[in-house]
Design a protein around this ligand. Structure first.
Ligand SMILES: C[S@@+](CC[C@H](N)C(=O)[O-])C[C@H]1O[C@@H](n2cnc3c(N)ncnc32)[C@H](O)[C@@H]1O
Length: 238
């Protein structure tokens, strides 16, 4: 029997997310700036945003650093190309009308150097007048989410516990997600995964985007789609 892991629990964990609304919001932001339909999703996960943008008429490719995520998205949505790549080393040299990256994927970068490399790669993969849209969490959002250091959510078939620690020396937040998945006879299987996130300030994001050549379009706080998050839009203008 195949061992269940974090990626197998991902869609259940995200079942509260309004992915349809996410996709519509991204599409309206893209349409304001370009009529182009060629998109790249960075950190495509299990493919839920990519499939919705595909259904809205876009031609989309997804990349993800996790091979397990790529295997899941490729199995679910065979009509979309998903590749196992990192935004820190984009092998794909195509140019897109828009690059999107949602659900704080940018916070998975772990230093300002990595932010610089990722933004440069993304800038180089966008056509003139194309856009880059992404969301991040800020310090206030992380602190209010984890005011007790721990957050738990009990559901019918699984319970999820998130544990948070901040490493001052590294300036990184560590989040451990622990799933207790109900199996037969009311036994629970425990699955856990730790990941590090860097919380960039607004100034760091604006400065870095400007330094690599982007023009600022907008910044908004959205609380409806998936809890509070900040959505930025930048444009490449040659
Ligand atoms: C929070 S998930 C978001 C997934 C999906 N976009 C969604 O909305 O459900 C973040 C994803 O980013 C991927 N990721 C993290 N670092 C990455 C990198 N350097 N390059 C590409 N993908 C990355 C992770 O593997 C994970 O699938």
């Amino acid at each position: 029997m195949k061992k269940i892991n974090f990626t197998d629990c991902y869609d259940e964990m995200m079942s509260y997310v309004e992915y349809d609304e996410w996709a519509k919001l991204l599409s309206s932001k893209i349409k304001k700036e370009t009529e182009g339909i060629n998109l790249l999703e960075i950190g495509s996960g299990t493919g839920e945003i990519s499939i919705r943008l595909h259904d809205l008429g876009y031609v989309i490719k997804g990349i993800d650093i996790s091979l397990e995520m790529v295997n899941i998205s490729s199995t679910k949505y065979k009509n979309i190309e998903f590749l196992n790549e990192s935004m820190l080393n984009l092998k794909d040299k195509s140019k897109y009308d828009a690059v999107i990256s949602v659900f704080d994927t940018i916070n998975y970068l772990q230093s300002l150097d990595e932010l610089n490399i990722a933004f440069t790669n993304i800038y180089n993969s966008i056509k003139n007048n194309g856009v880059f849209i992404f969301d991040v969490l800020n310090r206030k959002m992380i602190d209010s989410m984890f005011s007790e250091g721990i957050f738990a959510d009990e559901r019918e078939n699984m319970s999820i516990i998130w544990k948070h620690s901040y490493y001052e020396d590294l300036k990184l937040d560590e989040i451990e997600t622990i799933f207790y998945v109900k199996e037969k006879d009311n036994l629970f299987r425990r699955i856990s995964e730790k990941y590090m996130k860097m919380i960039f300030s607004n100034n760091q994001i604006l400065e870095m985007a400007k330094n690599v050549g982007f023009h600022f379009i907008s910044k908004e706080i959205n609380v409806e789609i998936a809890g509070p998050r900040i959505i930025y839009a930048f444009k490449r203008v040659d």
